[in-house]
Design a protein around this ligand. Structure first.
Ligand code: FAD
Length: 431
């Protein structure tokens, strides 16, 4: 029997075309206008805006550049409406705010595309749309019902696909219909990250790798920030640590739930098989409780498949769980080798909505609930404008939403493994 995991790498597939670079921490300035904690899409986009506006900017990254989720994700972009849900949002924030949030969300992908064009970043961006597959007949009916008000509220371009036409979108009989969204896109996240680092450095900003922020003390004006490479006095501080938020910033840590998301890559498939499985080369997702997302690699040769696996970073265990989910969708891949298995941390917020703003003088953007490629680009950019004091350019529909925590929650979501086991069980029962 073939060992489908033989010679599997535990590094992201993306790092082959855009390898991570180990850099020694640079000598830090004693004082800086802005210090950003976290060198992912949020931090780099905030830093990009600030450095281009003439501020001196230092981005501190605890590990190597691109260590966090920003170079580990699926590179799938969309408005993320399925996370928000009109009903949930309206119950929480009222009809008017919900309308504004939805209208703004629809601009996220186009916004990212304009950043790529303005900054000259080539990262295999492709607007191929997304197909969201209904795993049960009842899910299909619900999705079709929910689509109508969404289209009415936002003008979203999307249509329902009935079960008999599913194979035009995806080569499986597993699903009971779905929805085709045209706005969604895909990119190569590690190439995008490298592009942002280049833009920051060209604008005079410093990205200090292997420079962990250990303590942030408020001064009469500004902050004293102790890092593993020395102490810096900063006029302003931005916290952009999302799923990697630590005890250094306890107020933020109590407001995000770090959750592991994992991915696998298959070996290259025969071109005819790729064409059969993903004929429209879109991004895909489905409605199983144990969420899964998948897409072709940018060169169209293999399938990248992600979702919730285990809560630790055991590459083989995660690959085993994700492969089961992959085979549930594409049984034909039974003998296909898995060449890469990797994972990273995303951050959920208790209200399922990302947050940005200011707390105790520190600016922040985080809580993308697993959909942060386009949103961290948008939020990071807005954060940069806010920190410049440009109220108009920094305004967003997400301003001033209360960033909630829960009693006794200290930043460790000990309850998540039990919830994931429960969801897996419900999926197996077929509800
Ligand atoms: C496997 C996986 C698949 C995903 N797929 C998608 C997808 O297809 N589409 C999508 O939209 N989103 C996806 N996401 C989510 C998306 O990647 C994130 O929401 C986004 O990258 C968040 O960016 P960020 O800059 O806020 O955080 P990150 O990129 O996680 O960066 C935070 C950084 O902060 C650093 N840090 C933390 N503490 C400190 C400290 N004290 N000092 C210095 N540095 C510190 C960390 O080392 C880390 O590098 C996925 C995530 C994962 C893990």
């Amino acid at each position: 029997m073939t060992n489908v995991f033989a010679k599997m790498s535990d590094q992201p597939y993306w790092w082959e075309a855009a390898p991570r670079v180990e850099e020694a921490p640079p000598e830090l300035p004693q004082a800086i206008d802005v210090l950003v904690v976290g060198g992912g899409f949020s931090g780099l986009n905030a830093a990009r805006v600030l450095a281009k506006a003439g501020k001196s900017v230092l981005v501190c990254e605890a590990k190597f550049a691109g260590y966090g989720a920003s170079t580990r994700n699926g590179g799938m972009l969309g408005p993320s409406f399925h996370k928000l849900g009109i009903k949930g949002l309206t119950a929480h924030y009222g009809a008017e705010r919900t309308h504004d949030i939805l209208k703004e969300s629809i601009r996220f992908v186009g916004f990212l595309q304009s950043v790529l064009a303005d900054e000259g970043i080539d990262c295999d961006f492709r607007r191929a749309g997304r197909f969201r597959c209904a795993s049960r007949p009842a899910h299909y009916e619900q999705m079709a019902r929910d689509l109508e008000p969404l289209v009415a509220a936002t003008g979203l371009e999307a249509e329902v696909v009935t079960k008999n036409l599913v194979r035009e979108e995806i080569g499986t009989d597993r699903f009971h219909g779905g929805i085709r969204y045209h706005i969604d896109a895909g990119l190569h996240p590690a190439k995008y990250h490298d592009g942002l680092v280049r833009v920051l450095r060209e604008a005079g900003g410093i990205l200090a790798a292997n420079t962990e922020v250990l303590e942030i003390k408020k001064l009469a004006r500004g902050f004293s920030v102790k890092t593993s490479s020395g102490t810096v006095v900063a006029g302003q501080v931005a916290i952009c640590t999302n799923g990697y938020t630590s005890k250094v910033t306890p107020w933020f840590r109590r407001r995000v739930l770090p959750i592991r998301s994992s991915m696998i890559a298959t070996e290259p498939l025969r071109p005819e098989l790729m064409k059969e499985l993903m004929p429209t080369r879109r991004c895909y997702g489905d409605t199983r409780r144990i969420m899964a997302y998948y897409r072709p690699s940018p060169d169209g040769t293999r399938i990248l498949f992600g979702g919730r696996a285990s809560s630790d970073d055991d590459a083989t265990r995660n690959a085993t769980l994700l492969r089961q989910s992959l085979l549930d969708v594409f049984p034909v891949l039974e003998k296909t080798r898995i060449t890469h298995s990797w994972s990273g941390l995303v951050a959920y917020a208790f209200d399922h909505v990302p947050h940005l703003g200011e707390h105790d003088g520190m600016h922040y953007a985080m809580g993308y609930c697993g959909s942060g490629v386009a949103r961290a680009t948008f939020f990071g950019t807005k954060l940069g404008h806010k920190m410049l004091g440009d109220i108009e350019a920094g305004r967003t529909a997400f301003d001033d939403l209360p960033f909630e925590t829960r009693p006794l929650y200290n930043g460790v979501p000990w309850f998540m493994p039990a919830i994931i086991r429960w969801h897996r069980f419900i999926d197996q029962l077929g509800f």
